[in-house]
Design a protein around this ligand. Sequence first.
Ligand code: NAP
Ligand code: F7E
Length: 340
Amino acid sequence: MLHHIKKNKKVALITGITGQDGSFLAEILLSKNYEVHGLIRRASTFNTSRVEHLYTDPHDTKAKLFLHYGDLNDTGTIRQLIYSIQPNEIYNLGAQSHVRVSFDTPEYTADVTALGALRILEAIKDFQIHTKKKIKFYQASSSEMFGTTPPPQNENTVFHPQSPYGCSKVFAYHATKLYREAYGIFAVNGILFNHESERRGETFVTRKITRGIARIKAGLDRKIFLGNLEAKRDWGYAPEYMEAAYLMMQYSVPDDYVVGTGESHSIHEFLEIAFKEAGLGDYKKYVVIDPRYYRPAEVHNLIADTAKVKKVLGWKPKTNFIQLVKIMVGADIKNLKNVK
Ligand code: NAP
Ligand code: F7E
């Protein structure tokens, strides 16, 4: 058990802190003087590269970021961390978040992505009963829950998930709502549409493309192998989406919000702009279709209707699609130059 000394500042616990969103959220919370705790998984290689720039030795009296080993499939650790850290806010960003991989590991995905949220909610429920203290809860819900329901999608749109990942997120979404309604927990769902950045995982399509372009430019690769290029997504810039998550947790009442840009673009369009930005010309010379990357079921088109988040929280996206592609291409080309 950790012997945590409660300080006179807000304390947050982030699951998934080592991921794209977790690292941006940690930056936001630290800049607002929170004490930030993150759940990390033990791995045989370092998996903390996205938060390294934020980390100081925990023995340092000025340390504000603390990392704890655990796993969303391990109820004991989750409960122990919540009771010892006593956070004001928990952001549940941890998940097996890859849609294609969820078809290969459906049961594991459900355990972590669906039951992981339930485990935290149960721990919050018990903690609140026993200590009379409140903990706010943010669930990283996803536009994948809408699946094949035609766009535009908003908070009232019917879910029709197309993957074990999507089904798991639907479960976690409903559990979050249930614990809000049944137990009065301040629990919110941020239903976020695809958001990308220079920190995006390298096997998601946007980053796979921009990283591939950088490698082609550097002479390391000649082709990029992709699946379905017809799919359309509402792509935004990740740090801005974590600002929206933060705002949801500060609002007077807990609620659910759709967050996106309101525009959708195909993978073809992403390729066209990205290859042009890199000065490589026609992407068709470099892209090869490999059916290995097709999914047993596909989500064809997602477009967020963001009226609610704009009206209630005053949030709107700042970075448009073309700017996003340019940020990602530029960052990957620069990364590779620094390594060489
Ligand atoms: P990500 O980069 O894949 O990060 C996922 C995080 O979850 C990582 O820190 C990962 O740890 C952690 N994790 C995975 N399995 C875990 C387990 N069993 N126990 C504890 N932690 C575990 O995902 P992201 O893009 O930042 O997304 C953050 C959250 O938002 C996820 O829940 C995702 O499903 C959801 N979401 C994302 C988007 C999007 O477009 N990015 C849109 C809607 C919703 P390791 O670093 O050790 O792998
Ligand atoms: O695929 C197509 C693929 O894996 C986007 C996660 O953050 O956003 C993400 O899920 C599209 C799909 O993201 C390849 O078939 C073509 O239609 O980048 P993705 P995703 O499946 O939309 C949601 C909102 C989340 O919540 C998830 O956690 O691109 N596609 N060729 C490909 N996709 C990949 N990964 N790799 C390809 O080679």
